[in-house]
Design a binder for this molecule. Structure first.
Ligand SMILES: Cc1cc2nc3c(=O)[nH]c(=O)nc-3n(C[C@H](O)[C@H](O)[C@H](O)COP(=O)(O)OP(=O)(O)OC[C@H]3O[C@@H](n4cnc5c(N)ncnc54)[C@H](O)[C@@H]3O)c2cc1C
Length: 315
């Protein structure tokens, strides 16, 4: 246990100090950290690698728990990974074992424990496609519980755990994925192609502070699609059920924000969907101000309200 700063443990490099930071290796350590928080009447925030959060600049007088247990085991085509496993390491390992199902999720930063929170997805695959179940500690009831796929209520970049009712109420310790024995695909080639593509398209958080796609791609109905495509001939729409998904990056670029700065933070030159904190001097306030300006302009031009994908943590 010790003090830390959110700036040092998040990829966007913003946020205030943390009074009590616990790295726990196993379930016993986790329970001890929760008991500490409860007996001192302190709030708990669970963190992974901090690649999908923007934390407010205020100091946090609470407990931050990071589960670092990182075992991986296999039973047939099922893989069980502890929350502290690096997500991409899991992908690499399963690809090497010729297990199919997460190869298109190569290169997504972060931990296994955070993957169900927003049902990570990319290039046509989502965690929910191969998710079997997870184990989590129910902080309120002080017991470990299992959630299967239905219980998790997965949606597009969402799950039950993002719902305000369940937010920060469960600490995930293990995830089981039901993968497929690969018969005909060259999984390693798919992985390498995706890693190359991501490298060209996205900003590397190890070099430039960022949290990946800042906004969720919006969905519109048929009427809105008709209205927009008349005006914007090059706008792309992806059919999903009776809705149409529009790349948020396109809207931001058209609104003139690509590569533009506001104070010390800016929209990436590479990808309009990514907000960067180039020399780590920006604060949460700066990030929020830029995001709000983008939301306002996109709404004014297209009549579409963008929602952040990055979670604002107002500790
Ligand atoms: C360059 C870049 C590219 C990205 N590309 C993609 C992409 O293609 N697709 C995609 O879906 N995402 C993408 N992301 C977002 C991010 O990688 C994922 O959301 C990832 O799952 C976050 O993992 P993390 O460990 O960093 O989570 P954190 O940012 O630490 O936490 C995210 C959320 O999960 C919760 N959480 C973390 N660990 C646990 C746990 N053990 N138990 C309970 N709750 C927990 C936190 O409280 C928080 O609400 C990208 C991010 C970056 C920086």
């Amino acid at each position: 246990m010790g003090e830390k700063n959110f700036r040092d443990i998040t990829s966007l490099k913003v946020g205030g100090s943390i009074k009590h930071f616990f790295e726990v290796k196993n379930k016993e350590g986790l329970v001890r950290a929760v008991i500490f928080a409860k007996s001192n009447k302190l709030p708990i925030f669970t963190i992974g690698d901090g690649t999908d959060i923007a934390v407010s600049d205020d100091d946090y007088n609470g407990v931050v728990i990071k589960y670092i247990g990182n075992n991986i085991s296999y039973t047939g085509n099922n893989v069980t990974a502890e929350s502290g496993v690096n997500w991409d390491k899991l992908v690499e390992e399963t690809v090497n074992r010729n297990l199919q199902g997460i190869e298109c999720l190569s290169g997504i930063p972060g931990t296994v424990g955070a993957a169900p929170i927003q049902n990570i997805g990319a290039y046509g695959q989502e965690l929910s496609d191969i998710f079997h179940n997870l184990t989590a500690y129910n902080i309120g009831k002080e017991k470990f519980v299992t959630f299967d796929k239905n219980d998790c209520k997965f949606g597009y970049r969402s799950s039950k755990f993002k719902n305000i009712k369940f937010w920060q109420k469960f600490i995930i310790t293990d995830v089981i994925l039901k993968l497929n024995k690969n018969k005909k695909l060259d999984l390693n080639k798919i992985r390498q192609d995706i890693l190359k593509l991501r490298n060209e398209k996205l900003e590397d958080p190890k070099l430039i502070p960022n949290a990946g796609s800042f906004f969720i791609n919006p969905f519109v109905n048929f009427k809105t699609k008709e209205r927009l495509e008349k005006k914007y001939r090059d706008m792309k729409f992806y059919v999903t059920g009776d809705k149409f998904k529009i790349p948020a990056g396109y809207l931001i670029e058209k609104a003139g924000w690509k590569g533009k700065s506001l104070g010390p933070v800016k929209v990436s030159d590479k990808h309009a969907l990514v907000i960067i904190n180039p020399d780590g001097k920006g604060t949460f306030k700066d990030i929020k101000k830029l995001a709000d300006a983008i939301i306002k302009d996109v709404n004014k031009i297209f009549g579409i309200k963008l929602e952040p994908e990055v979670q604002y943590i107002n500790v």
